[in-house]
Design a binder for this molecule. Structure first.
Ligand code: MN
Length: 379
C-alpha cells in the first residue's frame, strides 16, 4: 500500500501528531502541507517530509516565509490558495486538521472534488453537517472521522450494513477536571484549573470545551450527521478513564466498544490507513487499567451539553450560533474577562437572540456570515 496524502493544518496539535505517526511508515507520501502562521515549524516539516506544495493561509506569514526561507516548491496563500492547491493535487486522502469554521469551505471543496477526507475539524460538521454529508454522498468521497469518539463509532460500525440495527450510540466523555467539583464553587474556577485535562493532550480551546462538556455537545451534533442517526439515539456517558472511546448498542442488546490508550495518533492513523490497520506500538495494558466506570452526565452541572442538544434539535443555523458563541465565550474565559459558569449563560443568550434569524438549509455563505456577525457582535 502506498498512500499520497495532504495534511492541512500541519503545525497544529492534530497535524503534528499526524506527521509524527506517519513518519514511522514508508507507505505514506506527504504531497502537501498547509499552515496558518507557524512558518518556523512549517519550514522544519518541509525539510523533513519534502512536500511538492504548501499553503500559508495568513497573508503576513506568507510574505515572511519568502524573506526567511528558500524552498524550491510551489507556495499558495490564503483560503483561495488552499482550494487552488487541492485542485492541483493528486492525492488519495486529505487530512483536514485546520482549526475553526474556515475549514468548512475547504472540507466541502475537497469532497466536491471526490477526494476522501480524514476529518479532524469539528466545525465543518457541526455547522455544515447537511452540506458536507450530502456532498460526500453525491461524489462518493468518504469522510473518515479522526475525532477519537467518532473514529470509535466508525470502527464499531464496520460490518453493519443496516443502520436500523443501531439502538444507541454512546459517546464517552472523561467528565473533565470538574466532574466532582462542588457545583456552587464552579463559578470560581480559573482558566488554569480548567486547562488541566486528566487524560488527553489537546489545545487550549478543546481543553476548556472538555471541562464544560461543550466538546461532547459538539460531538453529539457531529455524530448525528456523520452516522445519520436520530438525535435521541445519541447518548453521552461519563467514563473518567478514557479507555473506551465510544460504543454502539445494537437492537439485539449487544454493545461494541472501541478501546485503546487515549492517544490521538491511533484514530489519526486509522483514518489515513483505512481500511487497513497498522502497528503503532501504542499499547493498552488492561492489567494496569483495572477498572472501567460509567456515570450519567449531569446536565445541571454541564449546561453546555443541554444547549448543544437543544441547538441540534432546533437545527438550521442554530448549531452555527452555538459554536460561534462558545468560541467567543471560551476566549473571554481564557482572557479572564468572564467566569466559568458565564460560558453557558453567554451561549444561551446568543441562541435566544439567534432564534429569530435562523436559516434552514443554509448555504456555506449563510453559515460563514452568521458565524462572523455573531462573533463581531460578541467581541
Ligand atoms: Mn473527541
Amino acid at each position: 500500500m502506498s498512500k499520497k496524502i495532504a495534511i492541512l493544518g500541519s503545525t497544529g496539535s492534530i497535524g503534528t501528531q499526524a506527521l509524527d505517526i506517519i513518519s514511522k511508515f514508508s507507505c505514506f507520501q506527504v504531497k502537501a502541507l498547509s499552515a496558518h502562521s507557524n512558518i518556523a515549524l512549517l519550514n522544519e516539516q518541509i525539510m523533513k517530509f519534502k512536500p511538492e506544495c504548501i499553503t500559508i493561509t495568513d497573508k503576513d506569514s506568507y510574505k515572511n516565509f519568502f524573506n526567511q526561507y528558500k524552498h524550491n516548491i510551489k507556495v499558495y496563500s490564503g483560503t483561495e490558495g488552499l482550494k487552488e492547491m487541492i485542485s492541483s493535487l493528486d492525492v488519495d486522502i486529505i487530512l483536514i486538521a485546520i482549526v475553526g469554521i474556515a475549514a468548512l469551505e475547504i472540507t466541502y471543496y475537497a469532497l466536491s472534488q471526490g477526494i476522501d477526507v480524514a476529518l479532524a475539524n469539528k466545525e465543518s460538521v457541526v455547522a455544515g453537517g447537511e452540506l458536507v454529508t450530502s456532498m460526500a454522498q453525491k461524489t462518493g468521497a468518504n469522510i473518515l472521522p479522526v475525532d477519537s469518539e467518532h473514529s470509535a463509532v466508525f470502527q464499531c460500525l464496520q460490518g453493519c450494513t443496516d443502520k436500523r440495527e443501531i439502538e444507541n450510540i454512546y459517546l464517552t466523555a472523561s467528565g473533565g477536571p470538574f466532574k466532582d467539583h462542588d457545583i456552587l464553587e464552579l463559578k470560581k474556577v480559573t482558566a488554569n484549573e480548567a486547562l488541566q485535562h486528566p487524560n488527553w493532550d489537546m489545545g487550549d480551546k478543546v481543553t476548556i470545551d472538555s471541562s464544560t462538556l461543550m466538546n461532547k455537545g459538539l460531538e453529539v451534533i457531529e455524530a448525528m450527521w456523520l452516522f445519520n442517526v436520530d438525535l435521541d439515539k445519541i447518548k453521552v456517558v461519563i467514563h473518567p478513564q478514557s479507555i473506551i472511546h465510544s460504543m454502539v448498542e445494537f437492537i439485539d442488546g449487544s454493545f461494541l466498544a472501541n478501546m485503546a490508550m487515549p492517544d490521538m495518533r491511533i484514530p489519526i492513523l486509522y483514518a489515513l490507513s483505512y481500511p487497513k490497520r497498522m502497528p503503532t506500538g501504542i499499547k493498552l495494558n488492561l492489567y494496569d487499567v483495572g477498572t472501567l466506570t460509567f456515570e450519567q452526565p449531569d446536565f445541571e452541572r454541564f449546561p453546555c451539553l443541554r444547549l448543544a442538544y437543544e441547538a441540534a434539535q432546533i437545527g438550521g443555523t442554530m448549531p452555527t450560533a452555538l459554536n460561534a458563541a462558545n468560541e467567543i465565550a471560551v476566549q473571554k474565559f481564557l482572557a479572564g474577562s468572564i467566569g466559568f459558569t458565564d460560558i453557558p449563560k453567554l451561549i444561551e443568550k446568543v441562541m435566544n437572540y439567534h432564534l429569530n434569524d435562523i436559516i434552514y438549509n443554509p448555504s456555506i455563505q449563510n453559515i460563514l456570515d452568521i458565524d462572523r456577525t455573531l462573533k463581531e457582535m460578541l467581541r
